[in-house]
Design a protein around this ligand. Structure first.
Ligand code: XMP
Ligand code: MG
Length: 185
């Protein structure tokens, strides 16, 4: 699906497929350098990180293992509460391992802040974050993020794993939704 097929739902393309793919390759190059000689476990946070995980894993030259977590934020509405429930835990014991958490987006940072504390308590050799997107204006808790794809404005975005009501995850680019889509749901 491209921007034309999206018809009236899409407001604008914020980051093109080409820009995304180039950025993933750039991040993979940095990660290859930083973790040279080590074995890395990349952990994708479901469901938003699937596209980034698939592309990043194939762009890396390092030997990597892949694992997944699914978490859900308690509380009403679309805003993150910071109280997190683990829906699917890792299959891997990360004690002594080098772990890189791969995220689609950091908004308030509350979910990831909780997740990092949780993972650190399992005594990994190291744990760092790679996120495709970050909204600096929305950050509520300071988070140390080692790899950031793009800092974006505080707008709701879709595509490349990110959804609105479970739609648009499969778009190969990042876009914003037209306001009528919100109103129509
Ligand atoms: P916090 O606020 O805890 O939440 O950093 C991060 C999670 O919230 C979701 N999220 C979005 N999903 N478009 C989306 O499709 C967005 O613009 C957006 N902002 C936050 C997402 O699940 C992320 O992991
Ligand atoms: Mg997510």
């Amino acid at each position: 699906m491209d921007a034309a097929d999206m018809g009236k739902d899409l407001e604008k393309v914020l980051i093109s497929e080409e820009e995304l793919q180039a950025k993933i390759k750039e991040l993979a190059g940095q990660i290859d350098t930083d973790y040279a000689g080590k074995e890395l476990l990349i952990v994708g946070v479901l469901k938003g990180a699937v596209m980034a995980m698939a592309d990043l894993a194939r762009a890396l030259s390092l030997p990597v293992q892949m694992d997944w977590m699914a978490v859900s934020s308690y509380g009403a509405g679309t805003k993150s509460s910071g109280v997190v429930r683990v829906l699917k835990d890792l299959d891997t014991d990360i004690a002594g391992r080098h772990v890189l958490v791969v995220e689609d987006i950091i908004d308030s940072g509350l979910t990831l802040s909780w997740l990092m504390q949780n993972l650190k308590s399992r005594n990994p050799a190291s744990v760092e974050i790679c996120t495709v997107l970050r909204k600096p204006e929305a950050i509520k808790v300071p988070i140390d993020v080692k790899y950031v794809g793009f800092d974006i404005p505080n707008e709701f975005v879709i595509g490349y794993g990110l959804d609105y009501a479970e739609r648009y995850r499969n778009l190969p680019f990042i876009g914003t939704l037209a306001p009528h889509v919100y109103g129509a749901s």
